[in-house]
Design a protein around this ligand. Structure first.
Ligand code: ASP
Length: 453
């Protein structure tokens, strides 16, 4: 059995939805179809999820809800009209949205998730209806009835692992094609909660693991995963045929947007291969993401980059002799609820690289004060405006000179390297540079490792 997930751009209008149905019907193994909310039809368009966020924000601030509500309903109405589906599906969607709007608003995060989840939930109902209108046996499956229970915070929920058993049992009862809404589930006490943005990938991966699918097909709008961001290197032509889970994890951690990084774990745990494919070119084989692959030594699989990082630099003479220094430094960050990304160190200095989005000015002030008070450093500074570059590849293991090539490439481009970090797994090297040189650096590294491809 195959679980396939279709992203928002694959479901943005009736033409795209028709392609989706053709793809599903072309292979009888495609039994479970996970859907996102309708996405952008063109560059200037707005995703339904973003329209729903605007609607929820307006409701929470006591503003007008009719106009943003009409904008959401209009998206479904135009798909339904183009597919000649009965009006009842659009009235049902409008009723559902009004009911969600009339629910309790005392917890804004909960209210927001209830509205956001409507994008996928109503779309799954519409897609199931569209299959039925083609005479295909298909059914909408509800996350509540099938036992998709989530823990954690609204907008950032995680799966309760007991859900796998329940989902496997519930989905085995369905006949025909199951259309399942991505992105959300319910807390143990029945409240709607969503995964982080892009979370329909996570739903697909969970269902693939639950039913022990032969493959998890993730349909999007690119022919394959590219070794570098095509917005930075538009001339990149050749996609990646096969890559390992850990390569994908490292690359999506540092800005490879094609696949949600959290979505890898359920498939990894159940050893389900992931196939990233293009709804607009279904004959293309796409990229396979698997546990192991044949590796050519000395090769790089991909180069990712992301900005928005800062760096806390702590200097203290003879730091290396002070037992517990690192633990106490990280304890200060833990007390503030700040995760750290990397921690390159020297003999008398240590840097802690942090995502700026998790580190506002008030937190920064408190962290610096505590470092001064608890660690008595010679100096502590917070440097902003860094980007990280990740060079990733199983082929980098045990291959001499990979880092030398990377640093030479940046040196030739006149870019100063601020930090370097390579884990013991040897499948990735993290380089930190000033954010303004990110695009130049990525292009230089691409030419060095993929020149001519
Ligand atoms: N619709 C949600 C979003 O835009 C989830 C998804 O598409 O995966 O983030």
């Amino acid at each position: 059995m195959k679980v396939c997930k279709f992203g928002g751009s694959s479901l943005a209008d009736a033409k795209q939805l028709t392609k989706v149905m053709d793809i599903v019907l072309s292979d009888p193994a495609r039994r479970i179809v996970v859907v996102s909310a309708p996405g952008k039809r063109d560059k200037g368009d707005t995703k339904v999820t973003d329209l729903l966020i605007a609607l929820a924000e307006s409701a929470l601030s006591g503003g007008d809800v009719e106009k943003p509500l009409a904008a959401v309903v209009a998206r479904y109405a135009s798909i339904a009209a183009d597919l000649q589906l009965p009006d009842s599906i659009v009235s049902m969607i409008e009723r559902d949205l009004r009911e969600r709007l009339s629910s309790d608003r005392s917890n804004p995060g909960e209210f927001m998730d209830l509205l956001k989840a409507a994008g996928e939930d109503d779309n799954a109902k519409l897609v199931a209806e569209a299959f039925c209108a083609r005479g295909v046996k298909a059914r909408y499956a509800s996350p509540r009835d099938t036992g998709m229970v989530l823990d954690g915070e609204f907008g950032n929920a995680t799966l309760n692992p007991d859900s796998y058993r329940r989902l496997a049992r519930a989905l085995s009862d369905f006949e025909g094609i199951v259309v399942y809404p991505g992105f959300f589930g319910h807390t143990a006490d029945g409240r709607v909660a969503t995964f982080p943005r892009g979370g329909s990938d996570i739903t697909g991966s969970i269902l693939a693991a639950a039913v022990r699918a032969d493959v998890y097909e993730n349909f999007t709008d690119v022919d394959s995963v590219y070794p570098v961001d095509p917005r930075i290197v538009p001339e990149v032509k050749r996609g990646i045929d096969t890559m390992t889970y850990r390569e994908m994890r490292e690359l999506s951690y540092a800005g490879f947007g094609v696949f949600n990084d959290e979505a890898i774990f359920p498939a990894v745990q159940a050893r389900i291969p992931i196939n990233v494919r293009n709804t607009n070119h279904p004959s293309e084989p796409g990229t396979m993401i698997v546990q192991t692959r044949r590796v050519t030594p000395g090769t790089v699989t991909g180069i990712a980059s992301e900005d928005g990082f800062c760096n806390i630099v702590v200097d203290k003479y003879c730091m290396n002799r002070e037992i517990g220094f690192g633990r106490r430094l990280l304890q200060i960050l833990e007390n503030e609820g700040v995760a750290y990304e990397h921690m390159p160190s020297g003999v008398d200095s240590v840097s802690v690289v942090i995502h700026e989005k998790n580190f506002d000015a008030a937190k920064e002030k408190r962290v610096v004060q505590h470092i001064k008070r608890d660690l008595a450093p010679d100096a502590v500074v917070v440097q902003h405006g860094y980007a990280i570059l990740m060079i990733v590849g199983e082929g980098m293991c045990f291959s001499a000179g990979m880092l030398a090539k990377a640093t030479q490439s940046l040196a030739s481009a006149g870019i100063n390297l601020s930090m370097v970090n390579q884990g013991a797994s040897e499948i990735s090297v993290m380089l930190a540079i000033r954010a303004e040189y990110r695009a130049t650096a990525v292009r230089a590294l691409y030419n060095t490792f993929f020149g001519g491809c």
